[in-house]
Design a protein around this ligand. Structure first.
Ligand SMILES: Nc1ncnc2c1ncn2[C@@H]1O[C@H](COP(=O)(O)OP(=O)(O)O)[C@@H](O)[C@H]1O
Ligand SMILES: [Mg+2]
Length: 324
């Protein structure tokens, strides 16, 4: 196991090991999706209280979980140390890696948005392969948790991409933990119960492709907007917390809407409103160019300048002319 994962591992191996915790509390915690000490460390007291755990107990167990894995206030210099654990995952496409200054970061949320056929799912497939590579090759030496809301994941396509990265097609499939989400609620519940799966399978990348499709089709009309955004907020927070707790990369894809005020240009914006906008640390817009060319544009980043690069979707996967 790599050093950075060791760092994130809590001192207590299981919930039962936490001090002064009874079996009833353990059972309740598991029921509401906190099956590991690591994920409990990112829980809120109110969440536990809502499930019927007393406030004092809730505070105590969260505190113990946090302390055992150093999630607390830190000084700036300590933060630099913690940030040292952030890893970058190669996209397998040189131009895109350059745009992202090396790749997709762990412990944060990266969003790819664009119209139908712009290559979002293709990129997700490729990340399923690259995450399995060793660190020297830009991978994270781990597996991927793939939540598919549009039923577009194709194992055959993954197998087709694997050889370029030196992986055997059958081996590449073994590194994917897959779940199809049938509704927005199912999608949310899958993630809420993912912590054990993440830990047991050494998951280093979580993909939700696509994050908004169920939410958009189920919550129709103006009066549904507030409850939709509330559910979405909860879902994204859970994703963010899992990514922090287990030092994984988190990738979501999103569709686009034509901007009503864009009269002459073909301006588009990602769906999901402000909540998604605030939660996504990095946002990359994908658009179609000629034939198999796609343009990736970095439109939001906490530390990188905006910019854009070309790439291609080929039989081998997503690549740039520099990769030949
Ligand atoms: N095996 C392949 N070889 C070349 N191009 C492919 C292959 N599979 C899919 N594509 C291309 O990928 C594009 C679809 O991208 P996709 O990622 O599904 O879009 P979306 O953004 O809607 O998720 C299509 O243009 C399709 O031609
Ligand atoms: Mg897609």
């Amino acid at each position: 196991m790599s050093e950075d994962l060791e760092y994130y591992k809590a001192k207590y191996k299981t919930l039962e090991d936490l001090p002064d915790i009874g079996p009833a509390t353990v059972a309740k915690l598991k029921e509401i999706g906190f099956k590991t000490v690591e994920s409990l460390g990112t829980a809120a007291v109110a969440e536990l209280v809502a499930a019927g755990i007393g406030e004092a107990m809730a505070e105590k167990v969260i505190e113990a979980a946090r302390k055992s894995m150093a999630i607390t206030f830190v000084r700036g210099d300590e933060l630099v140390e913690i940030r040292k654990n952030v890893r970058k995952l190669t996209t397998g496409c040189s131009s895109l890696d350059r745009l992202l200054n090396g790749g997709i970061e762990t412990q944060s949320l990266t969003e790819f948005y664009g119209e139908f056929g712009s290559g979002k799912s293709q990129l997700c497939h490729q990340l399923c392969v690259t995450v399995q590579l060793g660190e020297a090759q830009g991978g994270l030496n781990g597996s991927v948790l793939y939540i598919d809301t549009e039923a577009t994941f194709r194992p055959e396509r993954l197998m087709q991409m694997a050889p370029r990265f030196g992986l055997k097609p059958e081996d590449a499939l073994k590194g994917v933990v897959y779940a199809e989400a049938y509704t927005s609620n199912h999608q949310t519940v899958l993630l809420e119960n993912a912590d054990e799966v993440i830990k047991e399978n050494n998951v280093r990348l979580i993909i939700v492709d696509s994050v908004m499709s169920h939410f958009r089709s189920e919550y129709l009309g103006r009066e549904m907007l507030a409850p939709r955004q509330q559910q979405l907020n909860k879902h994204l927070h859970k994703l963010m917390r899992l990514s922090r707790a287990f030092n994984t990369a988190a990738v979501i894809t999103n569709q686009v809407l034509a901007s009503p005020d864009a009269f002459f240009s073909k301006a588009v914006s990602p769906t999901g409103g402000h909540i998604l906008g605030h939660m996504s640390h990095s946002r990359i817009f994908l658009r179609k160019g000629r034939s198999n060319v796609r343009i990736a544009k970095l439109t939001a980043s906490p530390s990188l300048p905006e910019g854009e690069v070309p790439m291609r979707i080929t039989e081998r996967g997503i690549e740039s002319d520099e990769d030949f």
